[in-house]
Design a protein around this ligand. Structure first.
Ligand code: 5GP
Ligand code: MN
Length: 335
């Protein structure tokens, strides 16, 4: 972490300003974990701080300490608007472009606050006065861990903060298995366990709390999977009807896309999910196949080299047809 930026952040925190912390739309374990970890840290430093999320987050993250204090714009728009308007300092976590804040974007774009970004996505936009950006980091949570350390406050990392940080590190590394996982990831995880993070309990809370409906939906997703042998590519579709029939809840489809990558020699896995006005897509790849560039170019999205998201305006059938058209650009046909 850049020492100059750390010193500037220390000065900003001394001003006793009102602070908001913002995750991206549809926040995942890393977004919520990092926001709550930073929230608890700033509380220990006697700051007036609130986490404001554009929309709700999955139920398997609701157990995180103080998750109930998160202000959700979709549920309380007036209160959320007021909070952001009054903030002099805004931390944005786990995203690289204000567009990712969705309903909060206009509020953030017109805010006079000083922005501090902590994020690990590729090619960040330049909206933040202070930007801690590290695309090599396996999660924003691991960056927040380094941030607190760089602020000289490692001793403030208690069980609560360690629990939040461990959660995001665990989810964003696919349980410490993605290529982004390094020895330093394990060192941090080990440190957090020493500070009180209960790794087995956290794993249980996040991964072993599925509903029956979610598993039924997974069975449909797996049945719908198509394998394009020529391109070593697997894709899944989930229609609005299939989601409704299984009473799909927020976060239920998270992780489904990864099943495609477990087929031997798969290079690319994609899921197409019908949302209200568009088709949401998730991309996962192995090795050098860059889905960040692919999603940016064709699907108004982005993310990381091996995990990215995007969208397509149209029907699922149209999205799949267009995807097949542009697929040869990322994966060469096998002969
Ligand atoms: P997921 O497929 O799980 O929604 O997202 C995979 C990764 O790509 C996550 O790190 C997520 O933050 C990022 N991502 C997902 N959708 C978008 C998008 O529309 N734009 C950008 N820039 N990143 C995205
Ligand atoms: Mn992340």
């Amino acid at each position: 972490m850049n020492i100059h930026d750390i010193e500037s952040t220390k000065l900003l925190l001394k001003k006793q300003s009102k602070i908001s912390i913002i995750p991206h739309k549809n926040p995942d374990g890393d977004a919520i974990g990092s926001c709550l970890a930073l929230y608890h840290y700033l509380k220990l430093k006697n700051c007036d701080v609130t986490v404001v999320s554009p929309n709700d987050f999955p139920s398997n993250l609701k157990w995180l300490p103080d998750a109930e204090t998160i202000l959700i714009y979709d549920n309380q728009p007036e209160k959320a608007r007021e909070q952001i308007k009054k903030s002099q300092l805004i931390f944005t976590l786990d995203f690289n472009s204000l567009k990712r804040a969705d309903t909060l974007t206009p509020l953030l774009e017109t805010s006079k606050a000083t922005f501090v970004m902590i994020d690990h996505h590729e090619e960040p936009d330049g909206y933040a006065q202070i930007a801690f950006s590290n695309p090599k980091a396996s999660s924003t949570c691991s960056m927040v861990c380094s941030f607190i350390d760089a602020m000289g406050d490692q001793n403030l990392i208690n069980k609560t903060i360690a629990t939040c940080l461990y959660t995001g590190m665990m989810t964003d590394t696919g349980n410490f298995k993605y290529a982004s996982t390094t020895s330093s990831t394990f060192k941090k995880a080990s440190f957090l366990i020493e500070k009180g993070a209960d790794n087995s309990q956290i794993n249980n809370n996040v991964f072993d709390t599925n509903s029956y409906n979610k598993l039924q939906l997974l069975s449909i997703a797996l049945k719908n999977m198509v394998y394009l042998k020529d391109y070593d590519t697997a894709y899944i579709t989930l229609s609005a009807e299939e989601l409704a029939q299984n009473d799909a809840q927020k976060g239920d489809t998270e992780g489904f896309v990864n099943y495609g990558l477990t087929i031997k020699d798969t290079k690319l896995a994609v899921i197409f999910i019908q949302e209200k006005d568009y088709v949401k897509m998730s991309f996962r790849s192995k090795n050098q196949y860059d889905v960040n560039v692919f999603a940016r170019k064709y699907f108004k999205g982005g993310g990381h080299m091996n995990a990215a998201g995007g969208k397509y305006n149209g029907s699922i059938e149209e999205a799949v047809a267009f995807f097949k058209e542009v697929l040869p650009e990322i994966i060469k046909k096998r002969y």
